[in-house]
Design a protein around this ligand. Structure first.
Ligand SMILES: *[C@@H]1O[C@H](CO)[C@@H](O)[C@H](O)[C@H]1NC(C)=O
Ligand SMILES: *[C@@H]1O[C@H](CO)[C@@H](O)[C@H](O)[C@H]1NC(C)=O
Ligand SMILES: *[C@@H]1O[C@H](CO)[C@@H](O)[C@H](O)[C@H]1NC(C)=O
Ligand SMILES: *[C@@H]1O[C@H](CO)[C@@H](O)[C@H](O)[C@H]1NC(C)=O
Length: 315
C-alpha cells in the first residue's frame, strides 16, 4: 500500500538520526482527558511521537464540531526539572492542566530533563512519559548551571524543525505560569528577535538579562543558539554559570533578542509571608514547598468550590 508523503513514519525517520544525541519521550497519553479545552489535553489519540510533540493545545473552540481556528501563534513551554521531583511535577502538571486555555495560541508544555542514568529513575520517568506524553529528555548530564539551558535551547530547533514554534520558553518547576496571561502579552509582539520576561536590571542597564523564573525567546533566537551562535557560546565556555545571566550574555554579545520586554511587576517572587500575589499575575516564582503551591492554588481560585470536609464525589 502506498503511503502518502506526509504519513506519520516520515517524521519519526527524520528524528531517528537525533536519537543518539537526544532521547525524546513524547508519547501519547493513554487516556485522553474528558475536557478538550484545558492544557491537559495533550497528544490525545496520536501515536506519532513527532505529531505528539506538535500536538496542539489550542484555544477552546466554542463549537466543537467545526475545525478549531488556526492559532495566531505557538509557544513551547519547557519546564526544567529533575527526575527526583516527581511530586512537584505532578503539582505543576495539574497547575497547567486546570488553567483556562490561551486564546488563539497553541501552547505545549514539556518537562525537560537531562539524560536519566539511574535505573529506578529511568523506569519511573519512562512510565510518567508514557502516561502523560509531556517529557522531553535531552542528551546532557543533569545540572542547573552547567549548560542545561543551553542543551534545551539548542536542541529545540532541531527537535521541532518539522513544526517550529513561534516562541520558546524556559521556566522552572517552582514557577506558576498563567499561560493565558502570557499569551495575551505575546499576541501583539513581534515574532522575531524577541527576549521577554522579568528584566533583571544590572550595571545601569534596565534588562541585560531575563530572570530564570521564566523567559521567552522567539524561534529565530533559539535557532541562532542552536546554529551559528553555538560556536561562539561554546568557545567562551558561556554555557557554564548562572543560566539566566549567561543567556543574556550570549544575546548581548551577539546583538540578538533586541525586542526586549520586561513583564515586571506581573512576574515576581512570592515573598516569605505569601501575601504579595496579584490578580494580573503572569508568573509567580519561589514555589518551593507544597504549602506555597497550596496558597497559590487558593489565591487563583483553582480550589474554588472544592469541599473535602464531607463524604461526596468530587467532579
Ligand atoms: C548521559 O549521562 C552520562 C553521565 O553523565 C554521560 O556519560 C552520557 O554520555 C550521557 N548520554 C547522553 C546521550 O548524553
Ligand atoms: C573553557 O574550559 C576549558 C575546560 O575547563 C578550558 O580548558 C578552557 O581554557 C576554557 N576556555 C575559555 C575561553 O575560558
Ligand atoms: C477569586 O474569586 C473571588 C470570588 O469570586 C474573586 O473576588 C477574586 O477576584 C478571584 N481571584 C482571582 C485571582 O481571580
Ligand atoms: C462542606 O460540606 C459540608 C457538608 O455538606 C458542609 O457542612 C460544610 O459547610 C461545607 N464547607 C464549606 C467550606 O463549604
Amino acid at each position: 500500500m502506498m503511503k502518502p508523503p506526509t504519513s506519520t513514519p516520515t517524521s519519526c525517520l527524520l528524528l531517528a538520526p537525533l536519537a543518539v544525541l537526544l532521547l525524546v519521550f513524547l508519547l501519547p497519553s493513554l487516556h485522553p482527558r474528558a475536557g478538550s479545552d484545558g492544557l491537559g489535553a495533550l497528544c490525545a489519540g496520536s501515536v506519532d511521537a513527532a505529531a505528539a510533540a506538535a500536538a496542539a493545545v489550542a484555544a477552546a473552540a466554542p463549537d466543537t464540531t467545526s475545525e478549531p481556528p488556526k492559532p495566531e501563534f505557538s509557544l513551547l513551554v519547557g519546564v526544567l526539572t529533575v527526575p527526583s521531583r516527581r511530586e512537584r511535577r505532578d503539582i505543576v502538571r495539574a497547575a497547567y492542566a486546570l488553567q483556562p486555555a490561551a486564546r488563539g495560541a497553541r501552547v505545549d508544555v514539556r518537562f525537560v530533563l537531562c539524560n536519566v542514568t539511574d535505573p529506578v529513575d529511568a523506569a519511573l520517568v519512562g512510565v510518567e512519559a508514557r502516561r502523560h506524553g509531556d517529557v522531553l529528555v535531552l542528551g546532557c548530564a543533569e545540572n542547573m548551571n552547567d549548560g542545561k539551558t543551553y542543551a534545551y535551547l539548542s536542541s529545540v530547533p532541531r527537535l521541532f524543525a518539522a513544526d517550529p514554534y513561534d516562541y520558546v520558553m524556559k521556566t522552572d518547576d517552582d514557577t506558576y505560569l498563567r499561560v493565558a496571561a502570557l499569551a495575551d502579552e505575546l499576541r501583539g509582539k513581534p515574532r522575531d528577535d524577541v527576549y521577554l520576561g522579568y528584566g533583571y536590571a544590572m550595571g545601569g542597564q534596565p534588562m541585560p538579562f531575563m530572570h530564570g523564573m521564566g523567559y521567552v525567546v522567539s524561534w529565530d533566537v533559539a535557532a541562532w543558539v542552536a546554529g551559528v551562535g553555538a560556536e561562539e557560546i561554546l568557545a567562551r565556555n558561556d554555557t557554564l554559570g548562572p543560566e539566566d545571566l549567561m543567556v543574556g550574555k550570549w544575546l548581548n554579545l551577539a546583538g540578538r533578542g533586541t525586542n526586549r520586554y520586561d513583564l515586571k511587576p506581573r512576574m515576581y517572587d512570592l515573598n516569605w509571608f505569601m501575601d504579595n500575589f496579584r490578580p494580573d499575575t503572569i508568573a509567580v516564582h519561589m514555589l518551593k514547598t507544597n504549602q506555597r503551591w497550596a496558597a497559590t492554588f487558593r489565591y487563583f481560585n483553582v480550589t474554588a468550590g472544592i469541599n473535602l470536609s464531607s463524604s461526596h464525589m468530587l467532579p
